[in-house]
Write a protein of this length. Structure first.
Length: 366
């Protein structure tokens, strides 16, 4: 149910956000720069227009020939300026109401709300792209583990070639670091393949049993195929197919990310119902993942065990029968070769560089 929001409550909430330092200036960030440019350009246009027509008006008043031919353009310009001001005010008012509603929603679900956060610094692939990175409308939960729902923006290029990329993501904190694994959803791919901003070597792709390959392309580091099969048992694969087939999934370090090329933190109840059901279905299986260990770190486990055995002896070389048995499992963590997938070199990029160099050489020498 969407409850009504009173203007007084929205104003009080916005004031509290600013007092707590959780709300930046509306003139910060990429959108803020665009707003400043709009105001400056509009102001200069208005001054030039009024200056020109002021001069004309003075001449017409002096000659006694003021008429609708002059008044009508002035009215149209003032109407345009008023419309722009109204749109800006409405935009800010809509933003404040959105903050208020999402904060109320988060509070009702024992979560917290953050309006905006510059450069979240998460290890997922989308968080290292471009510049002017920012997350907005962050809804966070702490129990039974940390989960964050948010919308994300970053900018690539500059000037006329600048592009803003929009994502929605869910970040879930895991118990232990895991190998870098990517589930590229087949259903959201475009005409030229994956919609993800990074591509990886095809020899890292692992085919799983059943219908899983119809929904996801799974990538894992070379040599970690058995580990991926341990993590993605048939019941876990079924959870991803049933609940997350529209989302790209990335496991990196001790985080799991769900990505979508649209906002996920919204005012739409159906979207939240779907996201909560998806996260809830996955949380039930993460206990199994917490038991995973990287056998490549077995040498560290042996060293720790040897140290524990040595510590179990008391003075005189007599063993302590009550000493705890050493833990022979490898420690939590991932060996260096499993921490990141190898990226694929773009053939089109190489061709573009070769063509550019060839054209440059021809231009210089011929």
């Amino acid at each position: 149910m969407i409850e009504p929001a009173r203007a007084a409550d929205i104003r009080a909430f916005t004031t509290r956000l600013r007092a707590e330092g959780r709300l930046g200036s509306p003139f910060s960030g990429t959108q803020g720069v665009q707003l400043v440019l709009l105001i400056v350009v509009g102001g200069v246009f208005a001054l030039v227009f009024l200056s020109i027509f002021g001069t004309i008006a003075g001449a017409m008043v002096t000659s006694g020939s003021v008429g609708w031919l002059f008044v009508l353009p002035v009215l149209l310009v003032f109407a345009a300026i008023g419309a722009i001001v109204w749109l800006v005010v409405r935009s800010f008012s809509g933003g404040r109401e959105r903050w208020y509603r999402l904060a109320r929603f988060a509070e009702a679900n024992a979560m917290s709300y953050v309006p905006a956060l510059a450069s979240p610094g998460l290890p997922g692939m989308i968080f290292s792209q471009g510049h002017s990175r920012s997350a907005r409308d962050l809804v966070r939960g702490e129990q039974p583990r940390f989960v964050e729902f948010a919308n994300y923006r970053y900018v690539t290029g500059s000037g006329k070639n600048q592009s803003t990329h929009k994502w929605g993501y869910v970040a879930i904190k895991l118990d232990v670091p895991l190998p870098h694994i990517l589930l590229d959803a087949v259903g959201n791919n475009g005409l030229f393949g994956s919609n993800l901003p990074t591509s990886f070597d095809r020899d890292q792709r692992l085919s799983l049993e059943g219908d899983f390959d119809k929904y996801f392309s799974l990538f894992c580091p070379r040599g970690y195929e058995r580990d991926a099969l341990y993590l993605f048992t048939p019941d876990i694969m079924a959870r991803f197919i049933d609940n997350a087939a529209e989302l790209d999934v990335e496991i990196v370090d001790d985080w799991l990310f769900l990505y979508a090329k649209r906002d996920l933190s919204t005012l739409d109840p159906a979207t939240w119902a779907w996201l909560f059901a998806t996260v809830g279905a996955l949380l039930e299986k993460f206990a199994q993942w917490s038991r995973w260990r990287d056998d490549r770190l077995a040498a560290d486990a042996s060293a720790r065990a040897a140290g524990a055995v040595g510590a179990g002896f008391v003075a005189g070389g007599v063993a302590d029968p009550f000493a705890a048995a050493p833990d022979l499992r490898p420690p939590p963590g991932v060996a260096p070769e499993g921490r990141r997938l190898k990226r694929r070199v773009s053939v089109l990029g190489i061709i573009a560089v070769v063509v550019f160099v060839a054209v440059w050489v021809v231009t210089i020498f011929f």
